[in-house]
Design a protein around this ligand. Structure first.
Ligand SMILES: Nc1ncnc2c1ncn2[C@@H]1O[C@H](COP(=O)(O)OS(=O)(=O)O)[C@@H](OP(=O)(O)O)[C@H]1O
Ligand SMILES: Nc1ncnc2c1ncn2[C@@H]1O[C@H](COP(=O)(O)OP(=O)(O)O)[C@@H](O)[C@H]1O
Length: 207
């Protein structure tokens, strides 16, 4: 099991159930998987996840979105944007994604997740749990993301009102071997959704 932080509890034991992951997949008619959308703010992570969720629902496939902004309102409301907090954010949402994927859901996790090592830890968590994990690089030039600026955050970052903003004065380490690579400044949203759906079909995750 991946130990990414020191475990404080002792005398704890894993408890197996009688209903298996395969049983759950049979009930749902598809397997669980985590699709991990990584990219700059404004690259299109949330937009693609929302459109994909809709397309999956139309096919009777249960998916669930985990989104940086939303998760930071709740379970991760005690985390900011320092490197340490971003790492802890990704560790927690990695574990949450793994639980959802184990339950049989198609998990759509959208987080900037700027550090390669943090993303690799999430991948390893899934590998060790024998759960499919697909990294989706939502790729877009900084210029395009900044010109979209859907929340006005780049403007604030340029004005010095936000410090440590990814792409401006904080790093983004691009994936080197993502399973899927979307160029959202060159493709349409429909093409992006279609590309993901056909990849999931090819892998036998959905029919
Ligand atoms: N300093 C700084 N850097 C980057 N992003 C910032 C920052 N401050 C606030 N925001 C808003 O927080 C959203 C990113 O949260 P994430 O949980 O995805 O970030 S991370 O993965 O921990 O890096 C991000 O959402 P998206 O624009 O959807 O990516 C922003 O809305
Ligand atoms: N091909 C595309 N794919 C995804 N988003 C696009 C595309 N073209 C334009 N956009 C726009 O880019 C913006 C992306 O914002 P958002 O999805 O919130 O990004 P992120 O979640 O990565 O911060 C939206 O306003 C969206 O309409």
């Amino acid at each position: 099991m991946t130990e990414t932080v020191e475990r404080k509890a002792t005398n704890i034991h894993w408890h197996e159930g009688d209903v298996t992951r395969e049983d759950r997949a049979r009930m749902l008619g598809h397997k669980g998987v985590t699709l991990w959308f990584t990219g700059l703010s404004g690259s299109g992570k949330s937009t693609v996840a929302v459109a994909l969720e809709k397309a999956l629902a139309a096919r009777g496939i249960l998916s669930y979105r985990l989104d940086g902004d939303n998760i930071r309102h709740g379970i991760n409301s005690n985390l900011g944007f320092s490197a340490e907090d971003r790492t802890e954010n990704i560790r927690r949402v990695g574990e949450i994604s793994k639980l959802f994927a184990d339950s049989g859901v198609v998990v759509l996790s959208s987080f900037i997740s700027p550090y390669r090592e943090d993303r690799e830890i999430v991948r390893r968590m899934h590998d060790e749990g024998e759960l499919p994990y697909l990294e989706v690089f939502v790729d877009c030039s900084l210029e395009a993301a900044e010109s979209r600026d859907p929340k006005g955050l780049y403007k604030k970052a340029r004005a010095g009102e936000i410090r440590g903003f990814t792409g401006i004065d904080d790093p983004y380490e691009a994936p080197t071997a993502p399973e899927l690579h979307l160029h959202t400044d060159q493709m349409t949203l429909e093409e992006e959704v279609e590309m993901i759906l056909s990849n999931l079909q090819q892998r036998g995750i959905i029919s």
